[in-house]
Design a protein around this ligand. Structure first.
Ligand SMILES: NC(=O)c1ccc[n+]([C@@H]2O[C@H](COP(=O)([O-])OP(=O)(O)OC[C@H]3O[C@@H](n4cnc5c(N)ncnc54)[C@H](O)[C@@H]3O)[C@@H](O)[C@H]2O)c1
Length: 250
């Protein structure tokens, strides 16, 4: 399947590492000019930008906390001034919290909801105004299989990701047909989020007890995003695609 995104500008949030990095690299390899968002990761994002440039692609980095509306507005203005109007938005940035429900502090709950869900509202609103004026655009929201499965001790994360699913379907209905809005609900993927620094060994083992018997490489999630951003997905509206190794079958 040939996918040519030449002439398109894509913004990928949280693209210094993991799935976001792989999505940014894949979109750039398909010809899009990519705005790389990061939050306090100057070193990592510089390496991503340099790698894309070395491969003949176009990328520029933009720092912003995507849970902060003013920072998001400034970032979108900077991107449009430097690269042009945003055609493709990938809401990928996210954080994880493993904690028994009764021990979660209000500030911890608020931070997970802000980064994992409110950021999708903020970034989507910031780019949709221009997309509506131009009559075209595409948004891809990264949720999680856990939005559907639920998981003990990951309640804030699961609630936020389930919110992303509802937001994706509602936005898809509100902005169709000119703008296509879909999402991806990945299964376990080999990134920092699945490392033992962020989740316990017991949960990591349970995450990998799936038909595929392994975690995905970030590139196996990124390929789904390139498809959704392309004309090959022009009949897709409000869908959550599930590269999840069989963890969830729908
Ligand atoms: N790894 C998995 O198993 C898995 C499974 C399902 C869904 N996901 C989702 O995939 C997405 C990417 O996660 P990942 O696995 O690559 O982990 P990751 O930690 O490598 O990537 C998350 C990125 O988001 C960035 N980020 C965090 N807070 C931010 C903020 N306020 N503003 C801007 N950027 C911010 C981080 O700096 C990081 O680069 C997340 O939304 C995550 O929930 C991951």
């Amino acid at each position: 399947m040939l996918i040519d995104l030449a002439g398109k500008v894509a913004l990928v949030t949280g693209s210094a590492t993991g799935i976001g990095r792989a999505i940014a690299e894949a979109l750039a390899a398909s010809g899009a000019a990519v705005a790389l968002n990061h939050f306090n990761q100057d070193g990592e994002i510089g390496a991503v930008a340099a790698g894309i440039a070395a491969g003949g692609g176009v990328a520029a980095s933009f720092a912003a906390d995507v849970s902060d509306g003013r920072a998001v507005a400034q970032m979108v203005a900077q991107i449009e001034a430097r690269l042009g109007p945003i055609d493709i938005l990938v809401n990928n940035a996210g954080i994880l919290l493993e904690k028994p429900f009764l021990e979660i502090a209000e500030a911890e709950w608020d931070r997970v909801i802000a980064v994992d869900l409110k950021s999708v509202f903020l970034c989507s609103q910031a780019v949709l105004r221009g997309m509506v004026m131009r009559g075209s655009g595409c948004i891809i929201n990264i949720a999680s299989e856990l939005a559907y499965l639920g998981r003990a001790e990951f309640t804030a994360y699961c609630a936020a990701k389930a919110g992303v699913v509802g937001l994706t379907k509602s936005l898809a209905r509100e902005f169709a047909p000119a703008i296509r809005i879909n999402g991806i609900a990945p299964g376990p993927t080999e990134t920092a989020m699945l490392s033992l620094e962020l989740i316990s060994a017991a949960w990591r083992a349970r995450e990998l007890a799936i038909p595929a018997a392994r975690a995905a490489a970030p590139s196996e999630i990124a390929s789904t995003s390139v498809f959704l951003a392309s004309d090959h997905a022009r009949f897709y509206y409000g869908q959550m695609l599930g590269p999840n190794g069989g963890a969830l079958m729908s």
